[in-house]
Design a protein around this ligand. Structure first.
Ligand code: SF4
Ligand code: SF4
Length: 299
């Protein structure tokens, strides 16, 4: 069986403090960190035991995981398993990258989000360049607040042509709705912005969530995705595999990349191919001439 697991343990702390995020600058107690580590260890053992399957794992923590050595080691450990096809993680890319040498880089994928209020652009670009030189496929991205538009354009100009820069449309909490000009501006940076700027109709639609893609928490509770709370089982139960079957989506819409890419009718697996978890399209999509130099690079 082919199975993709989105793992989200109890870790919900972050070294950054984005004002729109509830996890910013939150610190765990030593006991909470120990629990997160123990949960992760149990999950790793479960993946290691599934030698009859082809497994991909995507770490989608509430906060920032890659600043902790046990997550870095987990990625490395998983990449060395013959039955693990892909290991990806969402990160703010603030961590050192010395642990990457312990990974099979060709199996690693990084979804790196740039937070301009917390990291200098030059450092973020340097981190992406380091990933490239280490042979790690990665995407870079930003939250599409209008106040970040100039910074997104500047980042697009400084990133390598081979690095896809996505913009996550702000569907709630935006200062004001996007105008057609705003949409055109973000689309010039990220040609797939119009795809993300939509809540895709999903009710009753076929989605791989709950069949070959699952979301798993620290207790092993499995759900079809991060967006539907109802559990479908627990991965540590001996009969868990019986829980995996086709399930039409139970939500009206799906508006997040890590969800809607698994809906059949959107055919986004054709756009992203094997880079679907770390959000890297099969072909470079953007054109440098589309991003006009509105500002000089600041740093
Ligand atoms: S870097 Fe991510 S997890 Fe950390 S505060 Fe910002 S949005 Fe939240
Ligand atoms: S379409 Fe989205 S909300 Fe529905 S099951 Fe799939 S991932 Fe979950």
């Amino acid at each position: 069986m082919k199975l993709t697991v989105l793992y989200r343990g109890p870790l919900s702390s972050c070294n950054y403090g984005c004002e729109y995020c509830p996890f910013g600058k939150w610190k765990h107690t030593d006991e909470e960190l120990a629990k997160d580590r123990a949960d992760l260890e149990r999950f790793l053992a479960w993946v290691e035991a599934r030698t009859g399957d082809t497994v991909s794992v995507f770490f989608t923590p509430w906060g920032e995981a890659l600043i902790w050595p046990w997550y870095q080691q987990a990625l490395a450990r998983l990449t060395h398993l013959p039955h693990v096809e892909r290991v990806a993680a969402q990160t703010n890319l603030s961590c050192k990258l010395d642990w990457v040498k312990d990974c099979r880089a060709e199996k690693l994928g990084i979804w790196a989000t740039y937070h301009p209020e917390w990291m200098k652009r030059r450092r973020f670009v340097a981190q992406c360049e380091a990933l490239t030189s280490l042979g790690v496929r990665h995407s870079a991205g930003m939250v599409g607040f209008l106040r970040f538009a100039e910074e997104a354009e500047a980042l697009r100009r400084e990133l390598s042509d081979d690095t896809y820069l996505w913009i996550n449309a702000v569907k709630d909490g935006q200062e004001e709705p996007y105008s057609p000009e705003d949409v055109a501006r973000f689309t010039a940076v990220d040609p797939l912005f119009p795809v993300n700027n939509v809540r895709h109709p999903s009710l009753g639609r076929a989605c791989r969530g709950g069949e070959s893609v699952i979301s798993v928490d620290g207790e092993g509770t499995a759900r079809r995705c991060h967006f539907i709370d109802e559990p479908i089982g627990n991965i540590y139960a001996p009969d868990f595999d019986q829980s995996l079957r086709p399930r039409p989506c139970a939500k009206t819409t799906c508006g997040c990349h890590i969800g809607y890419v698994h809906m059949d009718y959107l055919e986004l697996d054709r756009v992203f191919g094997s880079g679907i978890l770390e959000r890297v399209p099969v072909k470079p999509l953007w054109r440098r001439q589309d991003v006009a130099p509105r500002v000089s690079p600041r740093e």
